[in-house]
Design a protein around this ligand. Structure first.
Ligand code: GLU
Length: 307
């Protein structure tokens, strides 16, 4: 298959849509990102990489970081993790407080904010302190993407903290229900530092290979997690990876994926490739508008989806 030609075609087809959507504006550092950008990369199991657009541009991975922190928490806690966080779609916006109150402080899944905050808390417990927890997740991301320069943007992280009232509210609510062991401030700070990690579509598409190959990196043969755990993570990505638009993403794209409000989306085709797209204009549910369309075009043109 001529992947480069397909990516070029997609870039041309989404071009008129680049003005649509709305850049995340809840913090100045994200609100100032130029909207009319597009990049898409794929990494195959043999290491071949194909890209189009601004594929080396670094952007805030935001909620895509939840895939990596969930991976490590599941590795260390196995199914005990589900005592603290569920694995059902929420059907609610990513930062909703209402459901968390009804469900007595247990978040629906690790990909909504409350769930990722619990995961960060579990990782701080495992590693002993917030600094090591952050560094180890960062190290893991560097390892799975084969790029040791991946770093968090301190301006974005600090700005998130300054405007983080809702996430702090979620964390306080969970603390009141006894579902947070560490100090609210420490846990939310760790969560925001992970959201503020910056990557390109090239490195993100590379980082998905372990999930596309039963937990084993097909290029260096390293086993990061068990096949069973990889299966679970893929299932949660498919059912919960796009907040209250997860069903819509599965319907249109047909792949496990995870979005972030920075405009990135990662996805994977089991046994074939890792994929990443970037375009900062978001749709009403907070997912990249052009990114979602590009992925839909990709699975339609290649005939590759999990269905
Ligand atoms: N840092 C963002 C927040 O917690 C992440 C949200 C996202 O990417 O969906 O509000």
């Amino acid at each position: 298959m001529d992947y480069q030609a397909i990516l070029n075609e997609i870039a041309a087809e989404v071009e008129p849509l680049l003005e649509k959507g709305k850049v995340a504006d809840y913090i100045p550092a994200l609100a100032s990102v130029e909207k009319k950008q597009f990049a898409m990369s794929i990494t195959l199991f043999n290491g071949m990489q194909y890209s189009v657009g601004v594929a080396d541009t670094l952007f805030s991975i935001q909620s895509i970081s939840k895939v990596f922190s969930f991976t490590l928490a599941l590795k260390f806690y196995s199914k005990d993790l589900y005592k603290r966080v569920g694995r059902e779609p929420s059907g609610n916006p990513f930062n909703s407080l209402v459901q968390l109150e009804y469900e007595r402080g247990k978040p629906r899944n690790p990909f909504i904010n409350a769930g990722a905050i619990v995961v960060a808390d579990a990782l701080i417990n495992h590693y002993g302190n917030k600094e090591t927890a952050f560094e180890e997740v960062q190290k893991f991301i560097q390892e799975v993407s084969c790029n040791n320069s991946i770093a968090s943007n301190p301006v974005v992280a600090a700005s998130e903290m300054e405007h983080g009232h809702r996430n702090l509210a979620l964390a306080n609510l969970m603390k009141s229900f006894g579902n947070l062991d560490n100090e609210v401030q420490d846990v939310v700070e760790t969560y925001f530092k992970l959201c503020a990690l910056e990557m390109s579509t090239k490195t993100l598409s590379r980082s998905m290979l372990y999930l596309a190959n039963h937990g084993i990196d097909p290029l260096c043969a390293k086993q990061f997690i068990s096949p069973n755990q990889a299966k679970r993570i893929n299932a949660v990505m498919l059912t919960c990876g796009h907040y209250d638009a997860s069903g819509d993403f599965a319907f249109h794209v047909g792949l496990p994926g995870k979005s972030g409000v920075g405009g990135g989306i990662v996805a994977l085709i089991p046994k074939v490739m890792g994929i990443a797209v970037f375009s900062p204009g978001l749709n009403a549910q907070g997912n990249s508008l052009v990114g979602t369309k590009a992925l839909e075009l990709f699975t339609t043109k290649t005939g590759l989806s999990i269905f």
